[in-house]
Design a protein around this ligand. Sequence first.
Ligand code: C2E
Ligand code: MG
Ligand code: MG
Length: 482
Amino acid sequence: MKSGVLSSGAATRLTSAMQEKRKRHLFETLDGKSILMSADWSAGDHAVIEFCDVSFAVETALSRQLDVLTGLANRSALMTRLNEFVVPGSRGAVIYIDLDRFKFVNDTLGHPVGDALLKLVAERISRLLGPHDLLARVGGDEFVILQSSEEQPLAAETLARKLIDIVGRTYLVHGHTVQIGASVGIALIGVDGENVTELVKNADLALFKAKTGGRATYRFFTDAMDRESQGRRAMEIDLRRAMVMKEFSLVYQPQFEIEGSRLVGFEALIRWSTPDRGHVSPAAFIPLAEEIGMIGQLGEWVLRTACAEAASWQAPLSVSVNLSPLQFKNPKLVDTIVSALSNAGLPASRLDLEITEGALMDDTDTVVAMLEEIKKLGMKVSLDDFGTGYSSLSYLQKFPFDKIKIGQSFVRSLESSPDSVAIVRAVTALGKSLGIMTIAEGVETENQLRQIAEEGCGQVQGYLTGKPLSPADAATLIKSQH
Ligand code: C2E
Ligand code: MG
Ligand code: MG
């Protein structure tokens, strides 16, 4: 055996192992080698001792349990520890953490910054843990804590609050200031699952709720989440085969100029109906299609169908198509739109694309560049649901929209809220000075129509002036108007 230097602690422990006549003792040299001592004491008071360098075996075993980047436990180590910990009567919590905006940081500032950031996050969270808690990294930006405290749910709640706070504070990474957040889902051991697999799954479900509930928050698992997730899974199965079953269709809601009541165009709205479910609201299945990665395919179908149907109209009216923010993640989006137009033989000037503020929130520069290309090709771009999201006027600065759609919530509160009146007035005035058309959505009463007209809004779309129509009924309306 080559010689190795021991720390004084390791030397003391080795000496006492000998004095105790132990058969095996594993120790580490100062240069990091793992040495196994095997002693044969069968001869009585003297022994035959063998030292063996087992560094490779030890490292392999450790690396199977360790996350290389952060040095935390990995998923396999977590599961091992959980399986030991979770026995009848044990109390504690499984705390699932996912970083908000991490992907964005990683994509824009690069992987070295992403990696360094993950290490900093791991350090910050580690500082909050008790001596018997375990922190593991189980995926790119996902962490799980096994919290062993019995004071539940208070201990988990306190830890969740602290870690959301501490992870959300600014980081300095390779000269960049970086801001991310944490969403947290909690399952209580002994309460929220029969076994380890269920506990982890339920903490993950609670995390999903925290993420969809606005991020940077925590949620405890509830039985309702489980039922909901089963419902979602059933819907996902149906949604995945809806395309081949030809269960989608488009309806068209008319848009009118307020002055002169002239029909100017239609908004294409998707419909899904199945023999079992009847009509399913797009508000329910569009988010699911986004989540399961189906929105690209679905959005392309909407574009192609709307362009083809609009091309058959007897008058050259505009057709508005809703685009999900996720469709902008596809660099081929503009090509797809151009292909839909040319296949249908529809002039670009008749297509109006509706986007929400959400599309401009992440990765704004890329999206704005795509929108500019779209505009250069002659299409129009509308800002949908203005006033329901962040309603920030700054979005109007980022891109020269052709139209602002004032959301239903504003229109509905016109009669009761002076604030809404003031905002609608300001937006229409701004639109006029910037040359942007304004349209009020969801107008249901004569009173609302009168009010939005008084505030200077140019167009209207709502049940009062016309519900969404089948393609045949839309064609009939066009004929009757022209
Ligand atoms: P949106 O784009 O703001 O569409 C307007 C929604 O308001 C439509 O609901 C329409 O039927 C409804 N609406 C119109 N007038 C009135 C009214 O006077 N009163 C009330 N209560 N509602 C009115 P719909 O068709 O259920 O669509 C809901 C949302 O689903 C849409 O909101 C849009 O965000 C999304 N969506 C619909 N079709 C598509 C699509 O093809 N692609 C994408 N990505 N999203 C779509
Ligand atoms: Mg819309
Ligand atoms: Mg809208």
